[in-house]
Design a protein around this ligand. Structure first.
Ligand code: GTP
Ligand code: MG
Length: 201
């Protein structure tokens, strides 16, 4: 799929105020600093469409981007950032729970995982929660530019082993790098395929 247009629509902390249009929607979620916002910029060929930062906790709201005038990409705040207050953790949990519970336009979530790390409990638990709540998701491994191909293979194998302890199959997954444009076509073509199946509008 070619990206012909990508525009910021709005930021919200309240799911009820998110765009009402019944356009197919895809949400990026994952630990703080994993590269959600950077990946959105890479996929849309726009350097600063979504705000990125070297410091975790940059994205604080639900951000909608309209792509090719007919589907939404959503940038969400990260979880697992230790240095936020208890009350903001609670607020975050509330609107993420509401987002995934209420957003009927959501076709699929993408759970971003830093390919360099061992499988993290917080990610595994989050995917478990998505599964229990019937939210379809794929995994996107990020920052593949930081590892050699062999190490990438090893990390994917380790991830599969852990996932298969609780899941029947390894979820659909992608290997990406926002820095080196890796995985762009695979992710966009996957979304294109899902958009084609949608009878949402
Ligand atoms: P929060 O909004 O805080 O939850 O973070 P985020 O997941 O949106 O991460 P963001 O895109 O802001 O990126 C965090 C840091 O990782 C930045 O310093 C990015 O430059 C860096 N980064 C993101 N993607 C990549 C990548 O593919 N490769 C490398 N090497 N660095 C990356
Ligand atoms: Mg962000």
């Amino acid at each position: 799929m070619d990206i012909k247009s990508a525009e910021f629509v709005m930021s919200n902390s309240d799911v009820a105020k998110c765009p009402k249009a019944l356009l197919p929607e895809y949400a990026f979620i994952g630990r703080s600093n994993v590269g959600k916002s950077s990946l959105i910029n890479m996929l849309t060929n726009k350097k600063s469409l979504a705000k990125t930062s070297g410091k975790p906790g940059k994205t604080q709201l639900i951000n909608h981007f309209l792509i090719n005038k007919n589907w939404h990409l959503v940038d969400l705040p990260g979880y697992g950032y230790a240095r936020v207050s208890k009350s903001s953790k609670k607020t975050f949990q509330k609107f993420i729970t509401q987002y995934f519970g209420l957003r009927e336009q959501l076709v699929s979530a993408f759970v971003l995982v830093d390919i360099r790390h061992e499988p993290q409990t917080i990610d595994l638990e989050f995917m478990q929660w998505l599964g229990e709540n019937g939210v379809p998701f794929s995994i996107i491994f990020t920052k593949a530019d930081k590892l050699k191909p062999k190490a990438i293979d090893n990390h994917i194998e380790a991830y599969k082993t852990i996932m298969l302890e609780t899941w029947e199959d390894m979820p659909n997954y992608f290997i990406t790098s926002a820095t080196n444009d890796i995985g762009k076509d695979a992710v966009l073509n996957y979304i294109d395929g899902l958009n084609g199946n949608m009878k949402i509008h």
